[in-house]
Ligand binder design. Structure first.
Ligand code: MCN
Ligand code: SMO
Length: 781
């Protein structure tokens, strides 16, 4: 495929983001911005206890008609997420609790009123009686013999247990060295700037339920709502407005979403619920809480021979729709070997049901956890064999000469030079000079450098999702492209824009194919009534999948533009080219408007050879392989640890990343910085602790610390551009990568810094308390 605009506005250009024009002027339109006559606001009464039988429910007699219990939601089914993985146990996630509650924050009743404040006052008047049950507050508690059962019909508290063994016993018996590590990551909440929100109304004219919901997956939400409400999909229109971040949280069908949709479908009036920050902190879906027990075996140089691992994930009370409660643990098992050549592998995973909010994918999905675990293993091996950690890492990384490379868990790495990125990151962070310098700074702080390398699978195919037991989540996309009669281009795709820049980058791809100037390209996303089907924006799939579909549809339209322009210019179509916003053949040119006018207004004057399908096309796309395309990166961090206070200061942060062909390098950088900022939150600050009764202890942003500008370093980034052999234009995804490495790189750097004290930390967040505790533990008493 020839490139029509190497610099300009096409693929590879640092084009300013189209969406910023409205966002920077405060003209975005989010769920909370929508005004509608007669709009009623919804508040939820949430369970104050983690596990109980409901003994009584009573409405205030004055407000009975504005108060709803599960018994009132006639015709509504609970959220049931199926999976074809053998042994997976299904949960019934009620829209409003029926006879039991299973986590603090679970919706029990809802009230409607003309304002949220009044609806919250009505909630105060509802009386619910609870008979408390024993509480499962941890993986260990859930797996204990004779533990209380969350879902009594299951017989245990495991959504799923998986086991993989390539045959490790023989290798283990002969391995010269071994290390054994226990590691864990805290439970987290996700904090998109805009919380979840949903507004539903009944369109009498269209005889249709219309939902404006803050979601990453509008077409899937339609399918989920249809199932829960018993309404045909064609009678539901999901039209998401602007979405102020999603990060995985907004991939889920939430009970509140179903409840509000039911209100609108039942009363034929508009209703809205907007999640407040406290609801997000204590009742929204959670992420990240993994526990690892890993034994690793290597030769005397530190080359990996085998891994023997156990992973437990505290997945909360119910399976989320559509990804189930098991995505994290199953993915962790599959991804733990990371970017390395690993000859033998055994792994057991447990997805444990506990009395906490359900578990959702969050930027990186399992990989921040596995990278955190695997990269500590590499450092521990390096320490054992007495070599620099980066050298041991380099010797274990899959080399460029082995690409494409299929690893032990059947991940097919398509292209790239992993060791080169590592060495470049090592040079950027200045390891040699650092090793030659002082181990402490003039304030007595210990200094260290840490590395983390990873791969980021993106654009997973249908077979990958099917292998995770998720038949509802196919891996392909469609897009529609149309030249208007006055020569502009309209692009429509079912994926949604959640902040990641797709309105700009899809336009850049359309420009690349058609030459239509970026300012004349309009991109419409997400509305199920006006866009072709897409499963949505998650798993770093947007730019590969929707981008591929836009590329194809635009290529078809470009061909038709060429043939009409060729007729107008009296040349062969092959002689026609696009440049500077016009269509050229030798020295003559026509405009896109000339072409539009010729087709729409005077088709009778066009020759038979012009394709009668018109100046528009819908095309579908999936990459050539179903196994996804793999981006990769190495993060390197230099930091200081104060042994008195336990405070960490990041002094330098270097990233070498490769996401194939970059559509917009500026956006790739923004994606990487944003992800890395969240990764630093995971590494140093963010934690949703629960007490033994599974009561949440962080219910405000004073208890739950999000990093702000003062906590974040200036990231330095260097790009590589190894094309994928399997995707259109060689593009790979990048949306999650930034968040994957920081916990690993930072903990490795802290442990490097604290090595003179013999102290190690194996938990994130590496809070001041935990660091001081690690130092105390290491000190001989
Ligand atoms: N891009 C590019 N060239 C590439 C790869 C990506 O220019 N080779 C740009 C594109 O503009 C693309 C963006 O980077 O839109 C991210 O690309 P991609 O990896 O395809 O991710 P998706 O479009 O599928 O978006 C979802 C992804 C995920 S899974 C999470 S989680 C996440 C993320 O994007 N959530 C985000 N980035 C986010 N960014 C913002 N601002 N808000 C979120 O909620
Ligand atoms: S967690 Mo991203 O929405 O896959």
């Amino acid at each position: 495929m020839s490139r029509v605009s190497p610099a300009g506005e096409g693929i590879g250009a640092r084009a300013p983001r189209k969406e910023d024009a409205r966002h920077l002027r405060g003209r975005g339109r989010f769920v909370g911005d929508i005004h509608m006559p007669g709009l009623r606001e919804v508040a939820f009464l949430r369970s104050p206890t983690a596990h109980a039988k409901i003994s009584s429910k009573a409405k205030s007699p004055d407000h009975a008609v504005d108060t709803f219990f599960s018994e009132d939601l006639i015709g509504v089914s609970p959220i049931v997420t199926r999976s074809s993985i053998p042994g997976y146990k299904v949960s019934q996630y009620p829209i409003l609790a029926t006879d039991r509650v299973r986590f603090v924050g679970e919706p029990v009743a809802m009230c409607v009123a003309k304002s949220r404040a009044i609806a919250e006052d009505l909630i105060e008047q509802v009386e619910i009686g609870y008979d408390d049950l024993p509480v499962i507050a941890s993986c260990a508690g859930g797996r204990r013999e004779n533990a209380e059962l969350l879902h009594p019909e299951w017989g245990d508290n495991l959504f799923l247990e998986t086991f993989f063994d390539s045959g490790v016993d023989e290798v283990i018996a002969k391995a010269p060295i071994s290390v054994e590590l226990e590691m864990s990551c805290a439970r987290q909440t996700m904090h998109p700037m805009e919380g979840k929100g949903v507004l539903a109304w009944w369109d009498d004219r269209a005889d249709q339920l219309v939902i404006h919901t803050s979601t990453q997956v509008p077409h899937m939400i339609r399918a989920g709502l249809a199932e829960c409400l018993g309404i045909a999909q064609a009678q539901i229109r999901v039209a998401p407005p602007d979405v102020g971040g999603g990060f995985g949280y907004k991939c889920l069908l939430q009970p509140e979403e179903v409840a509000v949709a039911w209100l609108a479908a039942t009363f034929k009036k508009p209703f809205r619920w907007t999640e407040d920050r406290r609801e997000h902190l204590v009742a929204g879906a959670n992420a990240r809480q993994h526990e690892y027990h890993v034994k690793a075996y290597a030769d005397a140089q530190g080359r990996l021979l085998a891994l023997d691992a156990e992973v437990s994930v505290d997945t909360g009370a119910y399976s989320v729709w559509p990804f189930t409660a098991c995505l994290e643990a199953a993915q962790a098992g599959g991804n733990l070997p990371g970017p390395y050549h690993l000859p033998a592998y055994r792994c057991r995973t447990y997805s444990v049901a506990t009395n906490k909010p359900p578990f959702a994918p969050y930027r990186g999905v399992a990989r921040p956890g596995v990278c955190f675990a695997m990269e500590q293993v590499i450092d521990a091996i390096a320490q054992k064999v007495g070599r620099e950690a980066w050298e041991v890492r380099r010797d274990n990384l899959v080399p460029a000469s082995a690409m494409p490379y299929t690893n032990i868990t059947n991940k097919h790495y398509d292209s790239g030079d992993y060791p080169e990125a590592l060495v470049a990151a090592k040079d950027m962070i200045g390891l040699e000079a650092f090793r030659a310098g002082a181990k402490r700074d003039d304030r007595g702080r210990y200094l260290g450098i840490g590395f983390a390398s990873f791969t980021e699978q993106s654009a997973h195919g249908t077979k990958v999702f099917a292998s995770w037991g998720l038949p509802l989540v196919p891996g392909f996309d469609q897009a529609h492209v149309k030249l208007t009669p006055d020569g502009a281009l309209e692009v429509a795709a079912g994926i949604h824009t959640i902040g990641q820049g797709l309105e700009t980058t899809l336009a850049q791809i359309a420009h690349e194919q058609t030459g239509v100037p970026l300012k004349h390209i309009r991109v419409t996303l997400g509305d199920t009534a006006t866009t072709p089907f897409s499963t949505g924006a998650y798993a770093s799939r947007g730019i590969v999948m929707s981008g591929g579909a836009v590329s194809r549809a635009a290529e078809v339209v470009a061909g038709r533009i060429r043939s009409i322009a060729a007729h107008l210019l009296q040349v062969e179509p092959a002689a026609v080219g696009f440049a500077e916003g016009r269509i050229f053949a030798a020295n003559a040119s026509v405009t896109y408007e000339d072409v539009g006018r010729a087709w729409y207004l005077r088709p009778d004057q066009l020759p038979e050879t012009v394709n009668t399908a018109g100046l528009e096309a819908t095309e579908g796309y999936k990459p050539e392989v179903d196994t996804g395309v793999f981006s990769y990166a190495t993060h390197a961090v230099r930091l200081a640890v104060d042994p008195e206070t336990g405070l960490v200061e990041i002094l330098d942060y270097a990233i070498v990343e490769d996401c194939g062909r970059m559509v917009n390098p500026m956006i790739v950088e923004g994606q990487t910085y944003g992800g890395a900022a969240q990764g630093i939150g995971t590494a140093l600050f963010e934690e949703s602790p629960y007490d033994d009764n599974a009561q949440p202890l962080a219910s405000t942003l004073l208890d739950y610390i999000l990093p702000g500008p003062t906590e974040l370093p200036t990231f330095r980034i260097d790009h590589r551009e190894t094309l994928s052999p399997y995707s259109a234009h060689g593009i790979k995804g990048v949306g999650e990568g930034g968040a994957i490495a920081p916990p690993a790189a930072i903990v490795n750097a802290i442990n490097d810094a604290l090595s003179p004290l013999n102290a190690t930390i194996r938990q994130v967040p590496a809070s001041p308390q935990r660091i001081r505790e690690a130092i105390r533990r290491a000190r001989p008493s």
